[in-house]
Design a protein around this ligand. Structure first.
Ligand code: S3P
Length: 187
């Protein structure tokens, strides 16, 4: 287990058969919801961006600047395919990961993908709090996010489950996901 993994002690861990992979745009809340979900189920939580940073010993903005986006995408794919081969856990992906067909194929059958969806105003509000996203550093954040929504939403829509995360009531969102998982007999 790496330093980036967290395993919240849960005395009655639930029998999660397959990893849960959170996908969606920057600011959708994948890390926050993922961590809570993992704690509720009693499994490991991993943020794939953190794994990349640890593997490269370099921040994401620096990886983009020094090595370029293609190298970042390659690292992202390698990290995710490795995690998908490990025990069932909750994985928060970076916003671009699900665009990669190899990553989608790796998830398919082996894990359950959950598209965490949020309105543009909510995304903008969340991404404005930090300046750590190279794709948003090149111009107007709203315009970039609007373009990414157009490009990516049809692909995120391929996820196994779709869950809205607009209102900020994280426990409600986690409860809703738990309910959907039970309906699918994934727990
Ligand atoms: C990216 C999203 C980021 C990070 C990188 C690229 C994207 O992750 O992987 O900056 O392509 O949307 P978050 O979605 O966690 O911000």
């Amino acid at each position: 287990m790496t330093n980036n993994s967290t395993f919240q002690e849960n005395r009655n861990p639930l029998p999660l058969a397959r990893s849960l992979v959170l996908v969606g745009l920057m600011g959708a809340g994948k890390t926050t919801i993922g961590r809570r979900l993992a704690s509720e189920i009693g499994v490991r939580f991993v943020d794939s961006d953190n794994e990349i940073v640890e593997a490269a010993a370099c921040s994401i903005p620096d990886i983009f600047e020094v090595y370029g986006e293609a190298i970042f995408r390659d690292l992202e794919k390698r990290v995710l395919l490795r995690l998908l081969g490990e025990e069932p856990m909750v994985i928060a992906t970076g916003g671009g990961a699900f665009m990669n067909a190899d990553i989608r194929a790796g998830i398919s059958g082996k894990a359950l993908s959950i598209w965490l969806r949020a309105d543009i105003e909510v995304l903008l509000d969340r991404v404005s709090r930090r300046n750590n996203r190279p794709l948003l550093a090149t111009g107007d954040k709203r315009a970039i996010l609007e373009r990414l929504i157009q490009e990516r939403d049809p692909v995120y829509a391929l996820a196994d489950m779709v869950v809205d995360n607009n209102l900020g009531h994280h426990e409600k969102v986690v409860e809703h996901i738990m309910e959907l998982l039970r309906q699918r007999q994934a727990l």
